[in-house]
Design a protein around this ligand. Sequence first.
Ligand code: PMT
Length: 215
Amino acid sequence: TEEKPLLGKKVLITAGPTREAIDPVRYISNHSSGKMGYAIAKIAKRLGAQVCLVSGPTCLQIPYYTDSYVSVESAKEMFEAVLEKYKEYDILIMCAAVADYSPTQSAQEKIKKTQDKLILELSKNPDILEFVGKNKLPGQVVVGFAAETQNIVENAYEKLMKKNADVIVANDARKAMGSDENQVYLVFRDKPTIMVEGKKEEVAKELLKRVCELL
Ligand code: PMT
């Protein structure tokens, strides 16, 4: 219907940062607050969808507007949660700021301050968006994000192709992380790029409207 274009559709959204353990008390992470992904979940629910939110650690309330909420910490945990569920969903929106690398070995005990220099070796994490993009089922729509600090749209187009997504939501990482507003470029495979600006809920509304057109 007009007001509930996502009725009967299932949407899976990832949100927030991931934490990659260095030792039992320390981690590597980033400034994602989860606000953008949670806003998408809220609007998707309002538009009639059944919503699953897979969230890294945030300061946000566990939302009342999801049908399923999975709390994860590391990129590997997020990957496993998405892997287990993604086939059941019509729309996959990968909004989380997943760490690209994690410590090759996380120490069993707290690392002591005995050395003047400490070298941390990092290994590449699985790319969740790339996995779902390349393994998507017929009819599934895959939305990725791209957080850049330069050449925002060009880099987004590259990610769209490399990860086989249907849309990339490109934004400036410095402005987007943590704030209540966002300015994004919706980059499609064969349609002109659209700029959307406003509160994260308004951006979510426009994004989901465009995603409905791809279903
Ligand atoms: O949480 P907020 O404070 O509201 O901020 C919102 C946001 C800036 C985090 C969000 O709008 C955003 O841009 N999210 C994606 C951040 C990111 O990790 O971008 P990226 O360009 O590094 O990654 C590209 C895409 O690949 C993303 O869809 C990401 O979820 C995905 N990815 C990345 C690495 C990885 N190992 N697995 C992935 O799935």
